[in-house]
Design a protein. Structure first.
Length: 81
């Protein structure tokens, strides 16, 4: 069964906060982060979320709009690096 932790803020604005969200989710046995309602992440936060999701084996779910675009842009940057 998949354990999901919801991100309750509409904006994740720092790498540190992104790391804390992932750490808390993993510590509570979650294997997914629900990004429903998150309307903004910076490029650096998207990078941190992707890094933490890989490191902690967390799936990022329900990213929409600008958040999904930023995650995809960073994934593209990572793939070509």
């Amino acid at each position: 069964m998949t354990e999901v932790v919801s991100v309750d803020d509409d904006s994740v604005s720092t790498r540190r906060y992104a790391r804390e969200i992932a750490e808390d989710a993993a510590a509570n046995g979650a294997d997914a982060l629900d990004l429903t309602g998150v309307e903004f992440v910076s490029r650096s936060v998207a990078d941190e979320l992707l890094h933490q999701s890989e490191r902690r084996n967390l799936e990022l779910r329900h990213a929409e709009g600008e958040v999904a675009e930023m995650l995809n842009a960073v994934r593209g940057d990572t793939a070509t690096a």
